[in-house]
Write a protein that binds this ligand. Structure first.
Ligand code: C2G
Length: 722
């Protein structure tokens, strides 16, 4: 049937490339050559490529001098190709094993054939083997429809066809060079068959910040690139004269008309989707206006009839080259679009008011806005900062955001999260104090100071240290980056955390290295009297010892976005039987957990404190802690009381879900247990265990708890509220 040359430009995709190349090697169609073009990748990726090239003798590796761009790399690949067919592949994608076979089987006499593209965030266990029904749908009139995504991927080209028409990629357009190849190919062929069973998986990257894909390039670059490609291609299509006799002339005209139509529609769609969004910031119009009007001059004016009056209105000043008119039309339309959005829900309307009006007013220099765990609790460092300010800085006014009204100390105003007052006070407050991110749409008021206290010493990899995100929101990294740019101060509990925060959050602002305000209480109220009082408030018996069980959440167990499941793996019957005489157990689920515990049959032994505000008070009343991968143990260690690690899923959690910063098996200050039996045995052996772990505990305390001394809130407040 013939050899297929797979051409694959590579630029810094070391983390994905193994899987990609493996998927090519495993193709059931074996007459292949795999041409890797190293487009100026970094050292680690280049090393990886050399290793990969040795894996299979069908792989050929070429290096370019510096980064020349996908178009140039593919052109070099074509120059080196010796196959009868050409197939482009990207170095972070994945091909099911039959794809090439299916395409080869159906290309028959055609110049090219197209398969199906699927774009996904690759999950952990992706293995797709499609047998294929081998049904072919022929496209004639609508060949351009197959290329609405302007991509050459998953398309098999006959080499002879490519050479006869000298098909090349534009080299001076980093992002949209595919369009140049596609349009010229389509103009020169009549029918393009499409096989939907030949699937290609395109990876949607989740780290648009450190390692963006081409598609995630900066908007400015995308827009400039696109205009350049469109302008170039319109001219190329017009100039391409290659027919002589009259019948041919007619055919050429019709091909040209189709190509023009495709380009114009593509251009207007790009204008609507990308350029309009980019022009939301008016400052972006000026540097591009001239080039954009040049491009509009090339449009077939009739096509505008198919578009809305909004687009027609914007096209007019562009065609007339009237910049000031364009800016004002654009502004009016933007306002209209925003208003239309705002009318969709109550919350959207409030956000509109926030962005449009509230945030533009002067802030109140003496107003502080607090939130902890997304409004769920009155707790954590924001609580202790607030309580310190109540005492020492009564000249400030305070606002707390909660999901529901609460009994709290002092005279703070309370606002319900996402209510109109919430938005109003956020915009009015000069200071924001929160232990997690605030929503992305809350742009900072002028002069606003955001004190991010964060919520724990990290054990599990954070944001940019995470390889892949398996949780419910795949845009997590990009969003996190945007939100954390708004922080002015970040609290750090220990040196270890400072180092991680700088790297994993890409944070280079002020770091407050005073320990955690939330742990002050562990030094100030660790007395028998205070503990008795707390137990009374909580309704806990005084004659029993207290085990606190506070596990974290699992990235892969959720009902929906942000609503996580938790299944208790501890046998409470057995625990009660063995330990019930001397102990009670306080269960405390993570604030992401939406499952409700049913522990009614364990009355008098098990207590659910999942919705209790402040976990620090639970630390104080407990005699020992059982946890897993939660940061709670870093704080609890301040009390120097026994800790046990119920890590029944250690391997999965560490190796598949997150990855850890410390060597858990060797460094945690207590035993790792995996069954209820082991928990019971350890609780019964506490003195021996304490002795066995004394040294580790001391080292651990030295490393993670040394900064905490009961004065973190005071130091934090004095540093921020100067
Ligand atoms: N927490 C709690 N109850 C639990 C677990 C956690 O009240 N059962 C609180 C603790 O204050 C803890 C904080 O939530 O320190 C963070 O919880 P983690 O389990 O560590 O998980 P996560 O929210 O993913 O934060 O740098 C820290 C990491 O970001 C972890």
């Amino acid at each position: 049937m013939g050899k297929v040359s797979i051409i694959m430009p590579v630029y810094n995709t070391a983390e994905f490339i193994d899987k990609s190349v493996q998927s090519l090697i495993r193709q059931t169609y074996t007459d292949l050559e795999i041409i890797l073009i190293n487009d100026g990748s970094n050292e680690s990726c280049t090393r990886k490529l050399t290793e990969i090239a040795a894996m299979d003798n069908r792989i050929k590796l070429y290096h370019l001098q510096g980064n020349k761009g996908t178009g140039a790399a593919r052109n070099v690949g074509m120059d080196r190709a010796t196959g009868d067919f050409i197939y482009f592949f990207d170095s972070d994608d994945y091909l099911p094993e039959k794809t090439i076979e299916i395409l080869m089987r159906h290309i028959k006499h055609h110049d090219l054939i197209r398969g199906k593209m699927k774009t996904t965030y690759f999950g952990s266990g992706m293995a797709i083997i499609l047998d294929g029904l081998f049904k072919v749908k022929m496209h004639t009139e609508e060949k351009y429809h197959l290329f609405k995504n302007e991509s050459v991927l998953n398309c098999l080209f006959r080499t002879e066809f490519v050479q006869r028409h000298q098909l090349r990629f534009m080299e001076d357009a980093r992002i949209y060079s595919d369009l140049s190849f596609i349009v010229m190919a389509l103009m020169n062929t009549q029918q393009v068959p499409y096989v939907k069973e030949a699937v290609y998986f395109k990876r949607k990257r989740n780290d648009a910040i450190s390692n963006p894909s081409l598609d995630q390039s900066a908007a400015a670059e995308k827009v400039e690139n696109y205009i350049h490609v469109y302008t170039h291609l319109k001219k190329q299509v017009a100039d391409d004269v290659y027919a002589t006799d009259e019948a041919d002339q007619e055919w050429v005209m019709s091909e040209k008309a189709q190509a023009n139509h495709f380009l114009d529609r593509h251009f207007l769609n790009f204008y609507r989707k990308t350029i309009v969004t980019y022009f939301k910031d008016e400052a972006n119009v000026e540097p591009l206006f001239e080039r954009l009007s040049d491009a509009f001059q090339l449009l077939d004016r009739d096509i505008l009839q198919d578009y809305s009056w909004i687009l027609k209105n914007e096209a007019k000043p562009l065609l007339m080259r009237n910049k000031s008119k364009y800016v004002s039309v654009n502004r009016r339309h933007k306002e209209m679009r925003q208003f239309k959005q705002a009318l969709k829900t109550k919350k959207k309307f409030y956000i509109y008011l926030y962005q449009r009006f509230f945030v533009k007013r002067k802030t109140n220099e003496k107003l502080v806005f607090f939130e902890s765990f997304l409004g769920k609790n009155y707790s954590d460092s924001p609580k202790y900062i607030y309580e310190y300010m109540l005492k020492k800085h009564p000249d400030y006014t305070f606002v707390w955001s909660f999901n529901e009204k609460k009994q709290i100390l002092g005279n703070a105003k309370q606002v319900i999260r996402f209510s109109l007052r919430y938005f109003y006070y956020l915009a009015k407050a000069k200071y924001w104090v929160s232990n997690s991110r605030l929503p992305r749409y809350l742009n900072k008021p002028d002069g606003n100071i955001f004190l991010q206290t964060w919520h724990g010493t990290p054990l599990k990899h954070l944001v940019f240290d995470m390889d892949d995100v398996h949780s419910a929101d795949p845009k997590y990294k990009a969003h996190f980056y945007e939100q954390s740019r708004r922080w002015d101060y970040l609290s750090s509990p220990n040196r270890y955390s400072s180092d991680i925060f700088r790297r994993a959050f890409k944070y280079d602002g002020d770091m407050l290295e005073f320990g955690y305000p939330r742990n002050d209480i562990l030094y100030q109220k660790n007395t028998t009297e205070d503990i008795q009082q707390l137990k009374e408030k909580m309704g806990l018996p005084h004659d029993k010892k207290v085990i606190l069980y506070a596990p974290t959440w699992r990235d892969d167990e959720f009902y929906s976005r942000g609503k996580y499941k938790f299944t208790l793996q501890m046998d409470l019957h057995r625990m009660q039987e063995e330990l019930g005489r001397d102990y009670i157990i306080v269960l405390r689920m993570h604030y992401f957990i939406a499952s409700v515990l049913d522990i009614s049959e364990f009355e008098g032994f098990a207590y659910d404190f999942s919705s209790y505000d402040d976990i620090a008070e639970l630390y104080l009343v407990s005699d020992m802690l059982i946890t897993d991968y939660s940061s709670v143990f870093f704080d609890y260690a301040n009390l120097k009381r026994p800790i046990m690690f119920f890590m029944y899923d250690l391997e999965k959690y560490r190796d598949q879900l997150r990855g850890f910063y410390i060597d858990v098996e060797n460094e945690v200050p207590g035993p790792i247990v995996r069954t209820t039996e082991e928990i019971v045995a350890s609780v019964k052996n506490l003195p021996e265990i304490a002795q066995a772990y004394q040294e580790k505990y001391d080292t651990f305390y030295e490393r993670f708890c040394k900064w905490d001394d009961g004065n973190a809130a005071a130091k934090t407040v004095e540093a921020v509220f100067k």
